[in-house]
Design a binder for this molecule. Structure first.
Ligand code: ADP
Ligand code: MG
Length: 684
């Protein structure tokens, strides 16, 4: 804001050193800080019909006193004052605790407005505040702001300070947003909005005030993100990959299926990026089974046709092995050297691979985090793709990126991050979305069963097995204990071995097996020798066995919706109808709701939106590392339309030349400059 409002709160008449200190505890230092310290909620003082008020709800009513006040004392100094009040057609009791002095002020037939907690059973209100006369003539406002306070500062105190600041300085509140935008979206001016949030006149007034501040918060945030993106593009030279389009077309034609339109679209977006002189920094989202692997293969091949090397990094060894196998098959007739490098690669082989990467004889390398070790160096790394992006830390991604000079980077994720979060958390990245499934897929049928129905579930499994199909059984997740997870899997395995004895072969897979053991189990499962695979969440990502048509998930309520969806994606990969059974007995309403949603949709994006609503953005990514920004008023989930609008506007502004010149944008420019993003400093 401007200089006047940047003065310390002590210049406000009525705020002395002591008050200044109280405010400092709330991190309020300047007049601007104080004016922008908004209520976190509002008491709704609108008169309501008591028939609609819940038990224990706070309510304001208007009525006529129909009895003399009755005062009783109890305990040592405690008093209870009761009056009967006619509210509409209700005769209710208004009870004042320890306010004996009120007795002399209230008379029969007085008109009174009271606010307090409604006891439905006793038809009584415990009075919190009252005024004589009707609401219209009282000082009670429809919406009474409630501020969060700390230390010795009371809500009453902060209200007084804000009023002082508002009365003395509101004329200095200058507009921060461009006039055009205010007009286009019919926004309140900043001054009006600040007034409305502190002193709302009615619902709409409050809504409009909020809307303005929300938009501003989002716009500022997105401007910062877009400025960072612009900066990165302009200052970090990328590799221009001049791929051979004809070879690429031949490769695509060699695939056993036509690409979906969504696949074609994202491939075009990615290819355009890698051909540009900028460094690609793109996120590819696509639901489980939407066909991201082939997109990765095509893009890596593009890099190879231009003489570069490509790397695909995945979170588990099994997945790396599967990808390596399918890539080797795909590229066999194209004479491309694809290799696998994981933690269990033997020493001698590892040496050979490292040499091949350094001299360029290996074109595509697929691996786990083993790829980011110090001694792995490339001749000419042009494109790095990480699959299941959320499994890798930011740091790991950075290390890999720094292996090439400025390799283009693509992050792939099957976790359908709700768009709202994607454009916030990954605001500085470009986002491509595969929003279409390959044709002919049958949606997985999901049922929710109580654990006591296990027998019926196993009978159903047996029916599938008798048809020649296979099944996964996923074991309960024990939070933060890999060891207990394994124990669980062993128990369930023993149970099922016993149950299916002499009929079907059961296998066991968990994180404590070494690479060879895992591979053996996985191979036996994919060759249909093992019919039922009991597993911990290690099978969560990527594994592909199309003959598996049934999955049973124990203690499903312990998993996040996104994770359940990932797990479920292991079935439904062939043309047979597939089933997923959630064994769960959730106690809470939210828990039940989550199970229900799983049975209702197989659309990962819808699921994640609902999960986000149910759990909130903090839980969605897991607490700390979420990197979610904090807004004063705005709520990323509920105000997502505003967020999208702000993002578009910010993108446009950053790219337009007038933004960097004209006076109208001075405030926004200054804001960006002060945030440091244009100096290459990182966002916090
Ligand atoms: P994800 O996006 O979960 O990584 P995959 O890449 O593993 O999905 O693809 C799932 C399955 O769909 C694979 O068996 C793959 O061969 C197949 N597939 C990919 N693209 C298509 C397509 N356009 N048409 C038909 N099948 C496809
Ligand atoms: Mg995949």
């Amino acid at each position: 804001m401007n200089n006047v409002l940047n003065q310390p709160v002590s210049v406000i008449r009525g705020i002395g050193p002591e008050s200044e200190q109280l405010l400092a505890e709330l991190k309020i230092f300047t007049i601007h800080d104080l004016l922008m310290y908004f209520p976190y909620r509002y008491n709704d003082n609108r008169i309501r019909n008591l028939a609609e008020v819940e038990h224990e709800e706070r309510v304001t009513v208007e009525g006529i006193v129909i009895s003399e006040p009755l005062l009783t004392y109890y305990g040592r100094k405690k008093s209870r004052l009761m009056i009967r009040v006619m509210v509409g057609e209700y005769a209710i009791t208004a009870t004042f605790f320890n306010q004996a002095y009120v007795k002399s002020k209230i008379n029969i037939n007085d008109q009174i407005t009271i606010t307090g907690k409604w006891n439905r059973h006793r038809q009584q209100i415990t009075v919190h505040s009252y005024t004589l006369g009707s609401l219209e003539n009282s000082k009670i406002t429809d919406f009474e702001p409630v501020y969060s306070v700390k230390g010795d500062l009371t809500v009453k105190g902060i209200k007084r300070f804000i009023l002082l600041a508002y009365n003395q300085f509101s004329q200095y509140i200058h507009e921060t947003l461009p006039r055009d935008y205010i007009k286009r979206y019919r926004l309140y001016s900043l001054k009006e909005a600040i007034r409305a949030l502190h002193y709302p006149q009615n619902t709409n007034d409050l809504k409009q005030g909020r809307r303005r501040i929300v938009y501003e918060e989002f716009l500022l945030f997105q401007l910062k993100m877009q400025a960072l993106r612009k900066f990165e593009r302009e200052h970090q030279k990328g590799t221009t990959i001049d791929y051979d389009n004809n070879l690429l077309k031949k490769f695509i034609a060699s695939l056993p299926y036509p690409l979906t339109n969504a696949q074609k679209r994202v491939i075009a977006e990615i290819l355009k990026d890698i051909k540009s002189p900028y460094r690609m920094n793109r996120l590819l989202q696509g639901d489980v089974g939407s066909g991201k692997t082939v997109v990765a293969a095509i893009c890596l091949y593009a890099a190879v046709t231009a003489g570069y090397q490509g790397a695909l990094m995945v979170p588990t060894e099994i997945l790396a092995e599967q990808h390596a196998e399918s890539f080797q098959a795909m590229f066999e007739s194209f004479n491309i050297n694809v290799q696998l490098l994981t933690g269990s690669t033997k020493k001698k082989e590892r040496q050979e691979i490292l040499a091949g990467l350094l001299d360029g004889t290996i074109s595509i390398i697929i691996g786990t985090h083993a790829l980011i070790q110090e001694d792995v160096n490339f001749k000419n790394l042009g494109l790095v793709i990480t699959d299941e992006q959320h499994r890798f830390g930011v740091e790991q991604r950075r290390v890999l990126r720094e292996k090439g000079e400025y390799p283009n980077t693509l992050f792939m994720t099957a976790t359908p991050i709700p768009r709202t979060l994607a454009i916030t958390v990954f605001g500085e990245m470009d986002v491509s979305i595969i929003d279409e499934m390959p044709k002919g897929r049958k949606p997985i049928l999901t049922h929710w069963a109580k654990p006591k129905m296990l027998d019926r579930v196993l009978a159903m499994m047996e029916k599938e097995l008798n048809l020649g199909r296979q099944a996964y059984v996923i074991c309960p997740l024990i939070e933060e204990s890999d060891k207990l997870d394994v124990q669980n899997a062993i128990d369930v395995y023993a149970q099922l071995v016993h149950y299916f004895q002499g009929r079907f072969q059961v296998g066991l897979m968990h994180g404590r097996l070494n690479g060879e053991e895992k591979e053996l189990v996985m191979r036996q499962f994919s060759e249909n020798k093992i019919r039922i695979l009991v597993a911990t969440t290690v099978v969560e990502v990527g594994v592909n066995v199309p003959n598996a048509t049934m999955m049973v998930i124990y203690d499903a309520e312990r998993f996040g919706l996104a994770q359940l969806h990932q797990l479920r994606g292991r079935v439904g990969r062939g043309d047979q109808q597939s089933y997923c059974i959630l064994l769960a007995d959730p106690k809470s309403e939210v828990g039940k709701e989550r199970m229900k949603i799983m049975t209702e949709t197989t659309d990962g994006f819808k699921l994640s939106e609902r999960d986000l609503e149910l759990r909130g953005p903090g839980d969605f990514f897991g607490k700390k590392q979420s990197g979610l920004p904090e807004f004063k008023v705005a709520d990323m989930v509920h105000d997502f339309r505003a967020l999208e609008t702000a993002r578009q506007d910010a993108t446009y502004l950053i790219e337009s030349s007038s933004f960097w010149k004209e006076q109208e944008f001075a405030f926004l420019r200054k804001y960006i400059q002060e945030s440091g993003v244009m100096n290459g400093e990182k966002l916090d």
